[in-house]
Design a protein around this ligand. Structure first.
Ligand code: TRP
Length: 368
């Protein structure tokens, strides 16, 4: 759910160049796969996930949740992992994990994820999935793990030394994807190296242990076309900057947040992301929730100034989120049924993982 800081990875030119070539290849594959998926949704199994480190915000909604709901409703076999073991890759505590996981289920469901169609589950509840980690780790080298740019960036951002779990979490993410044999994985571009390693692991496993009867298929990353949504202050949207509108925030909290977001001294409102990032971030936000163009909104507000702009943003965001909040509140009345959703997803995930692990054992000659 949290993205690594891309700026740090960008500084390593060798890795950067390598990334951009593979980025283009991945983008091409993504576009092709998406076209095939739209033509024939029943042939696709999607898996994606989030780290339960806090509440989902508008950036998550427009960047990924909306597309997950669309795939679900198109008839793709959709699966979402709440990646609780990824939380401790760079944190010292599991405090709040329970609360974060349950609230994530609430956010998903309020946003249109239907647990009857989409399996929602957690790492920690699916032992057979985690066991895939051991054979998978034998298929990657230390050097491959160490050069993953996202792992490096996350380590630097965390200020901690590199833990074994942070170093190997891309392989764990391969377990998430391969245990259920997903072939499409919607992610942000910071997660692309993890899909590359997943593809390599699938290939290497088949080559080494399952030449005649392939066990795994190579998944494609799906890269969203949604523009990156800036935080309200024009900086990168981030929980730590307090510039993100949480889906679970009340209308009053949202109004307050928008009210205190900085603008500039120019009265006339124009859409100019380079020179006026703060005003433009507000316009982008309003544009997304209304489906209008930010420049058109700017022209309409014109000389009425930042106060009028903020009023428009507040009203349009709150209108947009009203049905979401109503659903969320209703769902939150019955937390037992939210726990049941997870238990049910975990049960299903265990069935699938047990079967995959069984095939893995058979391929490796380890069925006793
Ligand atoms: N690493 C992803 C993130 O930080 C979350 C995640 C965990 C994930 N497992 C996954 C995404 C499997 C896609 C597939 O956002």
């Amino acid at each position: 759910m949290e993205n690594a800081d891309d700026r740090k990875t960008g500084q390593r030119t060798a890795t950067g160049n390598e990334m951009s070539a593979s980025f283009l290849a991945a983008k091409e594959r993504s576009d092709k796969t998406l076209a095939a998926l739209e033509a024939n949704p029943g042939k696709f199994r999607m898996l994606t996930g989030d780290r339960p480190t806090g509440r989902l915000h508008l950036g998550h909604y427009f960047g990924s949740i909306r597309e997950r709901v669309a795939m679900q409703d198109l008839g793709v076999d959709t699966n979402i992992i709440i990646a609780d073991y990824q939380v401790i890759t760079d944190r010292d505590t599991t405090e709040h994990i329970q609360d974060n996981v349950l609230n994530m289920v609430l956010d998903y469901m309020a946003a249109g994820i239907d647990p009857k169609k989409t399996m929602i589950f957690t790492h920690s509840a699916v032992p057979a999935e985690n066991q895939l980690m051991l054979p998978f780790l034998s298929l990657v080298t230390e050097a491959e793990l160490l050069r993953n740019p996202t792992v490096k960036a996350e380590m630097e951002a965390s200020g901690h030394s590199l833990t074994g779990l942070l170093l190997t979490y891309p392989v764990h993410q391969a377990c998430d994807i391969l245990f259920c044999r997903a072939n499409v994985v919607p992610i942000g571009k910071d997660n692309l190296p993890h899909i590359e390693i997943t593809r390599a692991i699938a290939r290497r496993f088949n080559d080494r242990y399952a030449k005649k009867n392939r066990v795994f298929r190579e998944p494609s990353a799906i890269l969203s076309d949604a523009p990156e949504i800036p935080g309200l202050d024009g900086r990168k949207m981030s929980k730590s900057y307090g510039n993100a509108i949480k889906l679970s925030a009340t209308a009053e909290e949202t109004a307050k947040l928008i009210k205190k977001s900085p603008t500039d001294s120019e009265r006339r409102i124009t859409f100019d992301p380079v020179n006026r990032p703060q005003v433009s971030a507000l316009l982008t936000t309003a544009g997304l929730v209304t489906g209008r163009g930010p420049a058109e909104i700017a022209a309409e507000i014109g000389d009425a100034g930042a106060g009028a702009l903020k009023k428009y943003v507040t009203e349009s965001v709150n209108d947009f989120l009203a049905p979401f909040r109503a659903r969320r509140e209703e769902l939150a009345q019955d937390m037992d049924s939210i726990r049941d959703v997870l238990r049910d997803g975990n049960r299903q995930a265990n069935e699938i993982a047990d079967q995959t692990l069984d095939e893995v054992r058979a391929a490796m000659g380890m069925k006793y």
